[in-house]
Unconditional design. Structure first.
Length: 409
């Protein structure tokens, strides 16, 4: 059987020499490739600018047999226009509206309403499924998924950590609706002020959340926020990185690695292995003092317990004064470059098995001039590998506003 290789974008002069049957087949393929846009154009005149994205969001709702929120169903609304056009185009040929799809559609709609960057290439329903969680990392309550029109404070939503970076890979985490609404567009300074008021006892709670939850929210958002080395080192790791979050500060990447050691098997042996990566003798001594303090907190979990409880115990460890004191002693002995070198060694040698069977997938860590990203592993697998990334790759697609003002070292 003979085969003909011809680019689909070949011009008319290249196709006239083909047999008539082949020409008809090629025209059919081209028609199928552009059918989506042909149907859209026939259904309604395609708007421009801001309205175009609203139209596309409505179109995606129709593709997945999902109804947009009532606020966007008014006649003439771009989301309504796209939805009407999509229902005509996809009648009887829709895709499943899975939980990840519903979260993705809601995220895309909110990004459009707030004018946030949205990375369509990487932030897909499949990506959202990978970062989905059963429990909110901030309030530590089970996440729910209420039907449209019956939203609950515990419903899962996807929240950007660095508000100005946009909805991009590495900057998203699944939290409860209550947390997303409480955080809104608060800056790191705003959250620090709220924490100060709660610590001083001026108020008992803010937006329905007490001090421990605000500590965790502050720690969570700091992971994807460029900070000065001293400022990042002073932030206790009250919450372990959710799946696929990239840490933008080397010292916080080191915090995550050293803490995640205790969530997997064989952590006693790995303590010694990690100690060899420390840059000098004084740092090694400070490292073992710090890890001994963490070990005491791990042992308080009473041996073999569900992985979720081990994770919770290690997050709680960062509230202990001795842990914070010994971490500060270690962090002050290391420069960002030295912390980054330890992360490189961990990634290159695969020296650490993080997150034992049943644990949630950890995040990556992004340094001043590079990054490591945690890849692989789902519930029931043997730990996780850390992959090194360049800073440009780790923050690819992030809005430029995220880096203004420029961080200082």
């Amino acid at each position: 059987m003979s085969q003909i290789a011809l680019p689909l974008d070949a011009g008319p002069e290249a196709t006239t020499a083909l047999p008539e049957g082949t020409q008809r087949a090629l025209q059919r393929v081209r028609h199928l490739q552009s059918a989506q846009f042909d149907v859209r154009a026939e259904a309604v005149a395609l708007p421009v600018g801001f309205e175009t994205e609203g139209f596309r969001i409505g179109w995606e709702h129709a593709r997945h047999l999902s109804t947009p929120p009532a606020d966007h169903l008014h006649t003439g609304h771009p989301v309504r226009q796209g939805w009407d056009a999509g229902r005509t185009a996809f009648a009887g040929r829709t895709l499943a509206a899975t939980r990840a799809v519903r979260l993705w559609l809601a995220l895309r709609l909110q990004a459009w309403l707030h004018g946030r960057t949205f990375d369509e290439l990487w932030v897909t329903p499949r990506f959202v499924a990978r970062i989905d969680a059963a429990c909110c990392p901030v309030t530590q309550v089970a996440l729910t998924h209420s039907p449209a029109g019956a939203e609950s404070a515990t419903d899962a939503v996807v929240m950007p950590l660095h508000e100005r970076a946009g909805c991009v890979a590495g900057n998203l985490a699944v939290v409860s609706r209550q947390v997303a609404q409480a955080r809104a567009a608060l800056s790191p300074q705003d959250m620090a002020h709220i924490v100060q008021r709660l610590v001083a006892g001026e108020v008992a709670s803010v937006a329905g959340m007490e001090l421990p939850a605000w500590h965790r929210l502050q720690a969570l958002t700091s992971l994807a926020t460029p900070l000065a080395h001293d400022q990042a080192a002073a932030q206790p790791l009250h919450v372990l990185p959710p799946p696929r979050v990239r840490l933008l500060n080397p010292v916080q990447g080191l915090q995550a690695v050293l803490t995640m050691v205790f969530t997997g098997p064989g952590y006693a042996r790995q303590l010694t292995d990690l100690g060899t990566f420390m840059p000098h003798a004084q740092a090694r001594r400070a490292y073992f003092l710090f890890m001994n303090a963490m070990l005491a907190r791990r042992l308080s979990a009473r041996g073999a317990v569900p992985p979720a409880l081990v994770r919770h115990a290690m997050e709680q460890a960062w509230s202990h004064p001795l842990v914070q004191q010994r971490w500060q002693a270690l962090a002050q002995m290391m420069t960002p470059a030295q912390a980054e070198r330890v992360l490189r060694l961990v990634a290159q040698r695969g020296a650490v098995s993080l997150g034992g069977a049943g644990a949630a997938r950890p995040a990556g860590a992004v340094g001043a001039v590079g990054a490591v990203d945690a890849v692989g592993g789902t519930v029931g697998t043997k730990g996780f590998a850390w992959r090194w990334m360049d800073a440009s790759a780790a923050t690819e697609g992030w809005a430029p506003a995220a880096w203004s003002p420029i961080r200082t070292r």
